[in-house]
Design a protein around this ligand. Structure first.
Ligand code: ADP
Ligand code: MG
Length: 250
């Protein structure tokens, strides 16, 4: 069974048809890329899957369950997690604090807590910290653990956004331009980490860098004016006439 299936999604904003009959599939263990010129509907697709907007038409199935129109926090609880084109991090918090607050199910209400409850909360905090250490180790950002997120470079903030997403133990990770504006060496490093994670989850990644796509993507969908106009293995799709026309034809 596919991890994610979208069936003929449609979404309009006023007169703009941002999505038109968009059907895609992401399997576990796959890095699926979404490309297309500016305004073609890529971010809208991720927004609809993650519950930011309900679609006007069509369905979103996750692990076979219909999650169409579910609110974002419920979709996230199911394991569908996304990052944003502009990384959303807490600039005034340290790296490790950014990770701690990203962990799900954080207990805030302790005022009425019994001793037992307080102990549970402490246990949970310890577990979150352990996971944060693991994630920082994996992404090799341990040395920045006490730095303010706001003082990190753009590329490091993207890495931190990925780290925050990993804190939630996602099953499907949707990344909106995870390496846009990131120096090439760091960009490759980020994709190498994604590749290491691939066996355990599925990825839907908006990305334009052709070299990165050829080296790391298993499958590519091309969007144009809200529609999927081409799909297939990266080496076929990226050299197809259709794609050249979409990008340079007008
Ligand atoms: N919240 C919104 N309100 C109005 N129009 C929107 C909104 N989100 C996206 N759009 C429009 O939908 C189209 C697709 O946008 P988007 O999904 O952001 O494209 P992409 O991510 O491929 O650049 C664009 O014409 C954009 O202006
Ligand atoms: Mg976008």
């Amino acid at each position: 069974m596919s991890l994610l299936v979208t069936e003929s999604l449609g979404k309009s904003f006023g007169g703009v048809e941002a999505l038109r009959k968009v059907s895609i599939e992401v399997e576990r263990g796959r890095i699926v890329a979404l490309i297309g010129p500016n305004g073609s509907g890529k971010s809208t697709l991720i927004n609809v899957i993650s519950g930011v907007y309900p679609p006007d038409r069509g369905r979103v199935l996750f692990e076979g369950r219909d999650i169409t129109g579910m609110p974002p926090h419920r979709v996230a609880e199911m394991g569908v997690v996304r990052t944003f084109q502009v990384p959303r991090v807490f600039r005034g918090m340290s790296v490790v604090e950014n990770l701690m607050v990203a962990a799900p199910g954080r207990e805030v209400e302790t005022v009425t807590g019994s001793l037992l409850k307080r102990r549970q909360v402490r246990g949970h905090e310890a577990e979150c910290l352990r996971r944060a250490e693991e994630v920082m180790e994996f992404l090799e950002i341990h040395h920045m653990r006490n730095e303010y997120a706001g003082s990190l470079s753009g590329g490091q903030q993207k890495l931190l956004a990925l780290a925050r997403a990993l804190m939630t133990k996602p099953k499907l990770l949707m990344l909106d331009e995870p390496v846009a504006g990131v120096a090439p060496a760091l960009a490759r490093k980020i994709f190498e980490k994604i590749l290491e994670l691939r066996s355990r989850l599925g990825f839907l990644i908006i990305e334009h860098n052709m070299d990165v796509l050829l080296d790391f993507a298993d499958y590519v969908y091309v969007m144009h004016r809200g529609e999927i106009v081409a799909r297939g293995a990266p080496e076929e799709v990226l050299s197809s006439r259709q794609v050249l026309e979409v990008y340079f034809g007008e």
